[in-house]
Design a protein around this ligand. Structure first.
Ligand code: C2E
Ligand code: MG
Ligand code: MG
Length: 863
């Protein structure tokens, strides 16, 4: 029977332990000392050589056999007989349960065990023993004998302990090299403060004792509770060792000023897990705290401002990956405010795929320090799949090594602004009426095509299309109808155009098409398709109106560097199409450009000519065939060019007509001729019926207020209206008949007469001639000069003279150069003649001489 004569350490624990299994209580029997020698006889050498004590416990008998060394290590006095209790009685009460448990646990086990325990060193201290053993089991599986060795492990234990402590200290010290250190001995209740600890608070070494109140007494009461709680937590007995703590608190320094401290520390525990000391460090973080406070304030201010601006806020800690997106970030995307967008990745997923690389690039540029701040516009997809334009602004916070550790910023919904911008942009590049691209966009597209061609791209062409007589629609049917014509034209051209082509409206009735990727040989066909589309009748307010278009084409093969040049050339070709009779397509070639250049030069010169009075009127007599007296004169303009000398009208009148300068020139000619006539009539008696013919361009009838002009001239000079004849060429009359007619009639009503110049070249119809408010036909000189060439041409002259007779119109034959022509015309009954045969056009003073002589022409010495 087991008799336990030792007090179980830990009381209840041990009883609970031993009653769980009957092993120890059953086997706990007295052991008889068989003498250390017996065992050492068995393993004499090993036992002697070893520092280890050998033991063997015979469980059925209850004896403990032990070597001499064992007795020394455990501290047993010499005795003839040992029991297991003798060993146990020396064991540290805390270790006893573990030792028992270990022996108990040998039931059914054959592998060795290892346990460390303390025994009394007989000096009020404890010695660590390492104990190894192994059980020999009986047939019932219960241990019959347990044998093993013990050795002294105190030194190793102490070293281990020291190592652990120094490691902790080192860690703490390393954590804060310049920190103040403290070491609080819990048993004595004293705290050792390092000199640095004291100086941080502004104290000299001798100012501070080792009392805890030196520390805790200065802590602000609000923070003291936390500091104390933290320290208590740290020293509370606990199975699991607590990690070191860190706490920030406020303390009053030597000057009674409040300072912020960060305090770190950890408990040092004894082997039973009881805290014996708390050691640690603390440092002054007042500056950091203030900075943080300021930052927080400014962040709060910013957050407030952002909330006011309805911006979303975000914050991304690059070191931890933690992110924050404010509720507004969610609502901006139409997400419920609680929606979890918790990572930049998830948020980025809402960014439109096309815009993601740009955003990432901007972010990267800022994080890598290339840009001072992040500012980027991009599109996001809302929950309802609509698009939101966003502007994000942000700034990275960097550590001491300038590495970004955090980036925070805002997101603004700029959708409305963006829409307005896009609208503006659209308006800047599109025509308001038709919605077509405008001139700027067309130039841009041509520019791109030029760039593509220059880097090996395909050829292209530009066609410029202008509606003929569009202005008259605007004038007669109103601008609303005019707009309808333009939009209809736009639609038609859009339909005809190939998808890759750009159609633009350049100005009022001017359209342009850019044909991309087209063979030069196919361009004219495309241009024709466009002009044909215009030719289909337009149905306008029950009117069926037919338009034509004049078109000019410029080809990329001409080699352009600038879009403007190409468009200008197409425009030149178009103007040429207009002047060549409209409703045609002209292809630009270089001669056109040269012509345009010289034209531009001449135009400038013409303006100067007007200002500097470089024009002069020459006069050519018109004689009565038969009497050969001077009946009238034709005023023919000359330009006394400072360098080119006398310039004939053919070289500048057409340009003056095109540019509209003819209006000013014509006004001058009319006034000049009338004034000259008055002078002659007054100077040379017998010439009071002398008439003057002034050439008038239809553009003058259209643009100038011709009726008023003529009235003014009549009143200013006092000439009789009948002595003024206005000459308009037949071909011009034919093209402008409807426009010119009313003005002509009004002028005719004044008594002024009209003469149809160059008659025979304009193919006017009889019915038209009949209606015309003109009373003179001027046979074109080409017919007159053909008289000598043969019967057929002569017949035309005869016909015109007869026709004039039928219409009761006067006839003037111009360009008479020979006596034969004169005679032929006279024989036909042609009333007047004009030509070199009689006299060449001459300055007014020379004509005055002719008038003075009153002789029939030709004057022998003059011709
Ligand atoms: P036009 O009105 O038919 O003038 C007659 C032209 O024939 C004149 O040429 C004249 O010099 C020329 N001529 C006269 N007799 C003969 C002849 O026997 N043989 C030949 N070969 N030619 C003869 P010019 O002066 O060079 O004027 C040319 C045209 O310029 C005029 O043709 C007229 O249409 C226009 N023109 C002249 N002055 C003015 C003007 O002040 N205003 C406008 N709008 N046109 C003008
Ligand atoms: Mg004339
Ligand atoms: Mg003529």
């Amino acid at each position: 029977k087991c008799s336990r004569n030792f007090a179980p350490p830990g009381g209840n624990d041990f009883q609970a332990l031993s009653s769980k299994s009957g092993l120890i209580s059953v086997r706990m029997i007295r052991v008889v000392m068989c003498g250390g020698e017996r065992l050492e006889e068995r393993v004499p050498l090993a036992a002697k050589a070893s520092f280890e004590g050998v033991w063997e416990w015979d469980l059925p008998v209850g004896t403990l056999t032990a070597s001499q060394r064992f007795l020394v290590l455990v501290g047993l006095p010499a005795s003839p007989l040992y029991q297991i209790d003798d060993w146990f009685s020396r064991v540290h009460p805390d270790d006893l349960p573990w030792l028992f448990a270990c022996f108990e646990g040998q039931e059914g086990k054959t592998e060795p065990f290892y346990i460390e325990h303390r025994v009394s060193d007989g000096n009020c201290g404890w010695r660590w023993l390492a104990c190894r053993g192994v059980a020999k089991l009986g047939e019932d599986g219960l241990p019959e004998r347990i044998a093993g060795i013990v050795s002294d492990s105190s030194d190793a234990k102490a070293a281990e302990q020291r190592f652990k402590q120094s490691e902790e200290r080192y860690a703490l010290a390393a954590a804060a090299a310049s920190d103040g250190l403290y070491d609080w001995d819990i048993l004595t209740g004293k705290i050792e403060y390092s000199p640095r600890w004291k100086s941080i608070l502004g104290f000299a070494a001798e100012d501070i004792t080792d009392s805890p109140s030196e520390w805790l007494g200065r802590v602000l009461s609000d923070d003291l509770i936390w500091l104390q709680a933290t320290l208590e937590e740290q020293v509370r007995p606990s199975g699991v060792p607590l990690p070191s703590f860190t706490i920030e608190y406020r303390i009053r320094d030597a000057g009674n000023a409040v300072r912020w401290m960060v305090c770190r520390g950890m408990a040092v525990r004894d082997d039973c897990g009881n805290a014996v000391r708390v050691i640690g460090s603390q440092s002054d973080i007042t500056d950091r705290k203030l900075a943080e406070q300021q930052l927080r304030q400014s962040e709060e201010r910013y957050a407030l401002a952002a909330r006011g601006a309805n911006d979303g806020l975000w914050d991304w800690r690059l070191d931890t990956g933690e992110t924050y997106f404010s509720p507004r970030c969610m609502s901006m995307l139409g997400q419920p405010e609680v929606a979890l967008i918790d990572s930049p990745r998830r948020w980025l997923r809402c960014v439109m795929a096309e815009d993601r690389p740009g955003l990432l690039q901007a972010l990267h540029s800022h994080l890598s320090g290339d840009t001072g701040h992040l500012a980027h516009e991009f599109r996001m997809r809302r929950a309802d799949y609509t698009i939101a334009w966003c502007l994000t602004r942000g700034m990275a916070v960097r550590d001491g090594n300038d590495r970004p550790v955090r980036i925070a910023g805002s997101v603004t919904d700029i959708t409305e602004r963006k829409k307005a911008e896009l609208r503006l942009q659209y308006n800047a590049f599109h025509d308001g009426l038709t919605g077509l691209p405008n001139r700027s966009l067309m130039l841009d597209r041509i520019g791109r095509a030029i760039a593509r061609l220059q880097s090996g791209g395909k050829h292209f062409a530009v066609i410029l299309l202008d509606l003929d007589r569009f202005k008259s629609v605007n004038d007669s049917l109103g601008t609303k109808t005019g707009d309808l014509v333009l939009t209809t034209t736009a639609v038609r051209l859009l339909r005809e155009r190939r998808p890759s082509d750009t159609l633009a409206r350049l100005s009022a009735d001017e359209f342009a098409i850019l044909f991309e990727d087209i063979e030069p040989g196919l361009v004219m066909a495309e241009a024709l398709r466009a002009t044909e589309a215009v030719k289909r009748p337009y149905i306008l307010e029950n009117h069926n109106i037919v338009f034509t278009a004049s078109a000019g084409v410029a080809l990329s093969v001409s080699g352009y560097d600038r879009a403007e040049d190409m468009l200008r050339d197409a425009s030149l070709a178009m103007v040429r199409a207009k002047t060549a009779g409209r409703a045609r397509i002209e292809l630009f070639d270089v001669r056109l450009r040269d012509h345009a250049l010289s034209r531009a030069r001449t135009e400038a010169e013409l303006r100067r000519a007007l200002e500097e009075n470089q024009f002069e009127l020459y006069y050519q007599p018109i004689v009565e065939l038969g009497g050969e007296r001077i009946a009238g004169v034709e005023a023919l303009i000359r330009w006394q060019h400072p360098e080119r000398g006398l310039v004939p009208p053919i070289d500048f009148i057409p340009l003056a007509e095109e540019t509209g300068l003819i209006v000013m020139i014509g006004r001058w000619a009319l006034e000049q001729a009338a004034a000259q006539l008055v002078a002659w009539q007054a100077t040379y008696p017998g010439y009071d019926k002398l008439f003057t013919c002034v050439n008038v361009a239809t553009r003058q009838l259209r643009d100038d207020n011709m009726l008023t002009r003529v009235k003014e001239v009549l009143t200013a000079t006092g000439i009789s209206p009948a002595s003024l004849k206005l000459e308009i060429t037949e071909s011009e009359l034919m093209t402008e008949q409807n426009e010119a007619e009313p003005t002509m009639q009004a002028i005719q009503a004044l008594g002024v007469r009209f003469s149809i110049d160059d008659f025979g070249t304009g193919y006017s119809s009889l019915s038209y001639l009949h209606r015309m408010p003109a009373d003179t036909l001027k046979i074109d000189k080409s017919f007159v000069q053909a008289i000598s060439e043969g019967r057929e041409k002569a017949a035309i002259v005869e016909l015109i003279v007869r026709l004039a007779g039928l219409l009761r119109m006067d006839v003037v034959a111009e360009g008479i150069e020979t006596e034969q022509e004169r005679q032929f015309l006279r024989s036909l009954g042609c009333k007047y003649g004009q030509g070199y045969y009689y006299a060449r056009p001459m300055p007014a003073d020379r004509l005055g001489i002719l008038l003075e002589r009153k002789k029939p022409l030709p004057v022998a010495e003059e011709t």
